[in-house]
Design a protein around this ligand. Structure first.
Ligand SMILES: Nc1ncnc2c1ncn2[C@@H]1O[C@H](COP(=O)(O)OP(=O)(O)O)[C@@H](O)[C@H]1O
Ligand SMILES: [Mg+2]
Length: 274
């Protein structure tokens, strides 16, 4: 049986076994747990307001979302991911896929929101896809002039890059202009500085990287020493078994937390496999 079918069967098993009720909608004003363990580490960051309708259109979970099934899937994914990371003392995960369009960015955003909303854990979502950066587009945010590339080129500091979008415990690092020399940037000492600086400022923070696809360029491999584990997004009916096998071979030296089956026809929703 193909790996994708294996994953799908296991996903359905997990869903069947789950007897937990879906999360209730949470309205922003109803949330009481807005404690941010980073305290005033990030005061003065650039603040942006998110357009809830745009988020809904872009399949991004919001506090007002009425998509309990999708929310449940991300919640399961988040819980398993955090447990695996904590068990191993890890703090960063790269979200990647074989090719473009599998749903990495949507998955990474929803996962980061789910982490920040539901656990007492600060999260950082970093747009590492320097050739096809899309986090800011999905969220409807104009990236600051000091974006990730500006940091990597030594033109600004960490405080200039991080953006506070009003979601408690969640901070974004966007990129705006496509970079052709992305692999050099991702393997640079400035990239290592970025990771180290973030870790020093917030040792308990969880960093989620929205990464480029594995089979298009060697960007993820260039970034290799900087992250702990990988989450592979597999799009049903889109990612071929051959490509998935190539990715698994490429990641033989890397901790793969699991596969996320996206665009599942049967369940009409995102599903997760660990
Ligand atoms: N679960 C899903 N169901 C249907 N469409 C989806 C799903 N996840 C993502 N998409 C859509 O697929 C396209 C590619 O998603 P994106 O996250 O940008 O992929 P990637 O980052 O892997 O290139 C977007 O139009 C997005 O809205
Ligand atoms: Mg993307």
């Amino acid at each position: 049986m193909s790996k994708i079918s294996d994953a799908m069967d296991r996903i359905r098993e997990i869903q069947r076994d789950s007897d937990k009720p879906p999360l209730r909608n949470r309205r922003r004003a109803d949330r009481t747990d807005t404690h941010d363990p980073t305290g005033d580490t990030w005061t003065g960051l650039r603040l942006v307001e998110l357009d809830q309708d745009l988020l809904e259109r872009n399949r991004i979970l919001t506090a007002e979302s009425d998509r309990a099934a999708a929310e449940m899937s991300y919640k399961m994914l988040r819980t398993r991911m955090i447990r695996r990371l904590r068990d191993n003392g890890w703090s960063s995960v790269v979200v990647t896929s074989a090719d473009t369009g599998a749903g990495k960015s949507v998955t990474a955003i929803n996962l980061a929101i789910s982490v920040a909303l539901e656990s007492n854990q600060t999260a950082y979502l970093v747009d590492l896809d320097l050739r096809q950066s899309s986090l800011h587009t999905y969220l409807g945010v104009e990236p600051p002039a000091g974006d990730l590339t500006a940091y990597l080129e030594g033109r600004c500091g960490l405080h200039d890059v991080l953006v506070d979008a009003g979601i408690p415990r969640l901070y974004f690092a966007f990129n705006s202009i496509p970079q052709q020399h992305s692999a050099e940037l991702l393997s640079s000492t400035r990239m290592r500085d970025f990771v180290a600086e973030l870790h020093t400022k917030d040792p308990n923070g969880l960093i989620i990287y929205d990464a480029p696809p594995l089979l298009v360029a060697d960007d993820v491999l260039a970034f290799l020493p900087n992250f702990d584990a990988v989450l592979m997004v597999v799009a049903e009916g889109q990612t071929s078994r051959e490509d998935l096998n190539k990715c698994i071979d490429m990641l033989s030296e890397v901790e793969v937390l699991g596969l996320v089956l996206n665009k599942s026809h049967s369940a009409n929703r995102k599903s997760a496999y660990y």
